[in-house]
Every structure is written in structure tokens, then in C-alpha cells.
Design a protein around this ligand. Structure first.
Ligand code: ARG
Length: 221
């Protein structure tokens, strides 16, 4: 099973320290699912906006990339049952006392990752100058370097970043926006969707899913 991902998205997919191999919640989950389904899993990295085209051209069989299930994507691909609930959040520089939520971003410079729901949200902000980058980390660097006033991105990824490089210069503001369920995407109509759902249900039943969840996110709230 060839699994496509965009690998700069800790704690879901990111390189292991000092190695090219990937780790993270999505990676361990898809490996466990593949094992249940009787497949050898091969991870293929690419840009986030290349994932759905790669699925539809047959270069990969599934996408495991913290991909939010939404109507627009459902026109192009089939999703598994949701396996994680995310949501967007705003990140600004520590010394920014002006921006308290997404409402304060009108006319401001917003950095985000190309092709993501964070980019979609950024583009709905009145008069904003949207700067879309290949990775979430590049968007965060743009904030650090003063090229953006805020970043809009997935809360669990930004919160993780806040425990690492982000803690020196950034903070999150406001509440998480609407809930975004993550799903594993497959080619429209592929029977892999049913097989993934069955395997996911088994991992939930056996406690393996909870174990992975706690390993990466701590106790479930
Ligand atoms: N959840 C967001 C979306 O679906 C961002 C996902 C980005 N994932 C990644 N591996 N870079 O648009």
C-alpha cells in the first residue's frame, strides 16, 4: 500500500531525529492499519497539494496527511471514517497585543500552507494579504522573520510547535475554529475505504488506537 503524505507536519508526520524515516501519529496509525489489512506500507512524500492528484493518477493508494474531510475534497476522493478531530487556530508573535482572534486579521498579512484548510480560511479574511508556503514550518518562519502578522494552521500542529521552536517567539490567540475531522483519502470508489474502516474499527476495539493516541497527544480530553 503506497501511502502519500506531506512530511513536515509534526506530530502527525515528520522525520525521526537524525534520519529520513518518518514517524508521527498518522505514520504509526497507517502502519498499524496496513498490517491489519495485510499490506506492506510504503510511505511516499510530496507537496500537500500534490496528494489528491497523485491519488487520482494512481501513483499512491492512500493519503495519510492530517487531511481534513470537507465537501470540496469529497467531490474528488473518498475518505475513511474520521480518525482524529482537529481545527484551525491563529498564531502570532509573542509581543503582538493587537490580534486576539481571526477577526482582528482584516487587512493583515497571513501565512499558511498551500492547499490546506488554513489557506482557505486565510482567503476568507477581508483585505488580507495571504502568503501560502509549501510547508507549515515555512509559514511559521515567515511569522518569525516579520514577513507575516499571523499564521493560520491546524491547532494540534501549532500547539506542538509551541512546545518546540515556537515557544521562543510565538503564541496562539483565540479559540480553535470549527472542528475538522481528519480522514484517510482513497481514490473515489476504491474498496480500500471499506477495508480501512474495518481495520480502524478493529484498532479501536483492541485498544491499539487509544495507545497510539495517548502516545502522541496524552490522555484524551
Ligand atoms: N488539515 C489541513 C487540511 O486538510 C492541513 C493538513 C496539512 N497536512 C500536512 N501533512 N501538511 O487542509
Amino acid at each position: 500500500m503506497r501511502v502519500g503524505t506531506e512530511p513536515v507536519f509534526a506530530p502527525f508526520e515528520f522525520p525521526k531525529e537524525g534520519s529520513k524515516d518518518l514517524t508521527g501519529f498518522d505514520i504509526e496509525l497507517i502502519e498499524a492499519l496496513g498490517k491489519k489489512m495485510g499490506y506492506k506500507v510504503e510511505i511516499v512524500s510530496m507537496g500537500f497539494d500534490a496528494l489528491i492528484p497523485a491519488l487520482n493518477s494512481g501513483n499512491i493508494d492512500v493519503v495519510a496527511a492530517g487531511m481534513s474531510i470537507n465537501e470540496e475534497r469529497q467531490k474528488a476522493v473518498t475518505f475513511s471514517e474520521p480518525y482524529y478531530t482537529s481545527g484551525l487556530i491563529v498564531m502570532v508573535n509573542k509581543d503582538n497585543n493587537e490580534v486576539k482572534s481571526v477577526k482582528d486579521l482584516e487587512g493583515k498579512r497571513i501565512a499558511c500552507q498551500i492547499g490546506t484548510t488554513g489557506e482557505n480560511k486565510s482567503r476568507t479574511v477581508e483585505g488580507a494579504k495571504v502568503k501560502a508556503f509549501n510547508t507549515q514550518d515555512e509559514a511559521s518562519l515567515e511569522l518569525k522573520n516579520g514577513g507575516a502578522d499571523a499564521v493560520i494552521g491546524d491547532a494540534p500542529v501549532i500547539e506542538y510547535y509551541m512546545t518546540k521552536a515556537g515557544k521562543d517567539f510565538a503564541k496562539t490567540v483565540g479559540e480553535r475554529m470549527e472542528a475538522e475531522p481528519y480522514g484517510i483519502a482513497v481514490k473515489k470508489g476504491s474498496k480500500l475505504a471499506g477495508d480501512l474502516n474495518k481495520a480502524l474499527a478493529e484498532l479501536k476495539k483492541s485498544g491499539e488506537y487509544d495507545k497510539l493516541y495517548t502516545k502522541w497527544f496524552g490522555e484524551k480530553k
